[in-house]
Ligand binder design. Sequence first.
Ligand code: ADP
Ligand code: MG
Length: 442
Amino acid sequence: FWDYLTKKLKSSLTPVSYTTWVESAHPLYISGNDLHISVPSNLHKDYWERHYTEDIAIYSFELNGIELNPIIETAEDQAKKEEPATPKNNVEKTTTTGHVFHNSHLNPKYTFDSFITGSGNQMAHAAALAVAEDPGTIYNPLFIYGGVGLGKTHLMQAIGHQMIKLEPAANVKYVTSETFANDFINSIQTRTQEEFRQEYRNVDLLLIDDIQFFGEKEGTQEEFFHTFNELYANSKQIVMTSDRLPNEIPKLQDRLVSRFKWGLPVDITAPDLETRIAILRNKAEAENLEIPNDTLSYIAEQVDTNVRELEGALLRVQAYSTMNKEDITKSIAADALKSLKLNKEQNGLTVGKIQSRVAKYYRVSVNDLKGKKRVKTIVVPRQIAMYLARELTDKSLPQIGMEFGGKDHTTVMHSCDKISELVIKNDEIKRAVNELKDELRN
Ligand code: ADP
Ligand code: MG
């Protein structure tokens, strides 16, 4: 982990800072979740405590899934600790950084601050924030559903962070449905069911991620049913995520399905172009990367499936530019993402296919879409088809214009803007666009 940490810190520091602060420090040992680090002076100690406490938690979580809590020690501190007269515990207390890490298994990066909102996640975000501020009252349970990599886990953990921030004594527990199932099975094997129940029922906020994996596991569902009832009866907040709605989860017991519907189900859908750009910009800033705007837009245009892949693309571009010792530019990004782009071309989605699918959906003809009629029943489908062509293919605005009976690229641009706007304001259009997108992608 030390190598990993120093590498990460190196990339964000000037050589001078790196040598001064990082190279002069070295790891001593780990006890529990505490990582003891030795530094040359109190000045260094202060610096490490102020700057790297969070980084260490973040990076250790990234690497091993546990948050390490740094204990920074000078030679003097270490000497004191070895003095037999002082009970060890006391010394440890005085040398801790004062930071409290809740044992709630939250990823420190997944906060509301770092969550970018857009048309695809606005509702879910608002509901999550409301729940964090007013747990156990309005939306209980909160059920967040949507495809992979769209930010469900992030948003769910943001609720946990926010609640702890507002109410530091709050007892927050985050687990995946698999961990819940494993804990339960272990508790039977080791006859510690009482402890298991204590652990899961004495919480103020229970976050259960990817609940779709409960299907099949009868005993676990039974236990969760009781956990749920107990928490609910005590007005404790429950938040769940899943890749689909409760009634679409195979083998989920009806009584759970019906309870999950008591609260609010909110969906997250794929981010639109603007949101993708905003996410990239935010990420680039967090990583101290300098990337021109046109390059950010370019990357965002290339990856429209989910946020995880978007982040992957950014990493790829970053790695590519480091390797080639060049600044990140559009052409560097294009080279780095070449193989991704091939995938997109190979998926065989053409503007023609998009047109015929949209035409069928709206019961108009493809010729109408390509034509010039200005009636609303045709204009909206035409604009949607252009928007989808822009989102789902590599075609440029003029190329898309050509495929719509030789329209100007500004017409295409206007249509795309219009629909981007409408998917936020108009539920019917939002539903149509999402449905069409899903179908066309498969
Ligand atoms: P899911 O649980 O839906 O599969 P995650 O919550 O794991 O998705 O998100 C995948 C990655 O994308 C994470 O690194 C997360 O921080 C990031 N991410 C997703 N949505 C957003 C967003 N709206 N703003 C910033 N980062 C996001
Ligand atoms: Mg997840």
